[in-house]
Ligand binder design. Structure first.
Ligand code: DCM
Ligand code: DCM
Ligand code: DCM
Ligand code: ZN
Ligand code: ZN
Length: 272
């Protein structure tokens, strides 16, 4: 993901932290984050091209051989050097901190936290388990509406950017709130399973086949993608079930009356 995707993933994840986790995360966050995990979640992208951090570049993805749609740890994560390997590594470092005070000396747990929260975002970008041959879609030239780009950037940035404009008043916080509502009302039965591993596993990053099923579908080189691609992959705008006051109770207010009289008004904007 680009900056917005990583910011949203971490902002939403933070809301699911248990009390103990909040305390531990605050302890390891750098001061400039001001207690917000989301503020540091793009850091691994900012540093990955610097000479001293080049070794981290391949930890952002786990591509599969061309036309293999299934992920296989021993094949796709040689020497544990890929996004799933990195998630195991940094989870272990952070878990050991709770058991053994020496690990605070051995590891840089601030870096571990910033890497783990970034890679947990990247592993959920379908093309971070794309094909090796096209570099996870980077070599697939497509048009996004009338703009030339590549399929990887469509998934990292463009879908989110266009969805923000189309559905969420260009506000990341509005989109984040819609996703939080979707988790609460639309996906409530699945959320628990997404947050748990099998007994005695500390982490269970197991990519599923979203690249072939969604990310590459209808997107060969030269295609123009846009509205249809957003609806197919994101499902369009999410509107939570009706929970607010009935309109009739707003009618007593002078402001809402004035808005309702002018039928050209966007009442959602007026309300906000
Ligand atoms: N990127 C960035 N900030 C930088 C350097 C790079 O946002 N200082 C961009 C380049 C990648 C994008 O981040 O295309 C997403 O990278 P990834 O998907 O590995 O997180
Ligand atoms: N990427 C990928 N698979 C590859 C190479 C790169 O998923 N084999 C990702 C990492 C970045 C984006 O593509 O998110 C752009 O790569 P880079 O920042 O290295 O240019
Ligand atoms: N935000 C951020 N980094 C980004 C995008 C947004 O830190 N790349 C933050 C700034 C606000 C919040 O997201 O705290 C919501 O901003 P807005 O209401 O302008 O979308
Ligand atoms: Zn990417
Ligand atoms: Zn990344």
């Amino acid at each position: 993901w680009g900056d917005d995707g990583h910011y949203a993933v971490c902002k939403i994840a933070q809301g699911y932290f248990e009390e103990e986790t909040v305390v531990a995360v605050k302890k390891f966050l750098p001061a400039y984050a001001d207690g917000e995990l989301a503020a540091v979640c793009s850091w691994p992208d900012e540093i990955k091209r610097l000479p001293q951090w080049k070794w981290t570049a391949a930890l952002h993805f786990a591509d599969t051989p061309d036309d293999k749609c299934n992920y296989d740890y021993s094949r796709d994560c040689p020497n544990d050097w890929c996004v799933t390997g990195a998630i195991f590594n940094y989870t272990n470092q952070l878990m050991s901190a709770s058991k053994d005070s020496q690990s605070i000396v051995h590891y840089n747990l601030t870096e571990a936290l910033m890497f783990l929260s970034h890679y947990m975002g990247d592993i959920h970008q379908p093309l971070h388990e794309g094909f090796l041959g096209d570099l996870g879609g980077n070599k697939v030239k497509v048009n996004w509406y009338n703009q030339e780009t590549n399929l990887h950037r469509v998934w990292d940035d463009m879908i989110i950017e266009s969805a923000l404009e189309k559905y969420y008043f260009s506000s990341l916080s509005v989109m984040i709130h819609a996703l939080q509502d979707k988790l609460k009302y639309g996906w409530s039965n699945d959320v628990w399973s997404w947050g748990s591993c099998q007994l005695n596993q500390t982490a269970c990053p197991n990519p599923i086949d979203l690249a072939c099923k969604y990310a590459y579908r209808n997107a060969t080189a030269g295609t123009t993608l846009g509205d249809g691609f957003i609806v197919e992959n994101v499902g369009g705008k999410y509107t939570p079930p009706y929970t607010s006051r009935p309109w009739s109770s707003w009618l007593g207010s002078r402001w809402s009356l004035r808005c309702l009289q002018d039928s050209s008004d966007n009442l959602t904007e007026a309300l906000m």
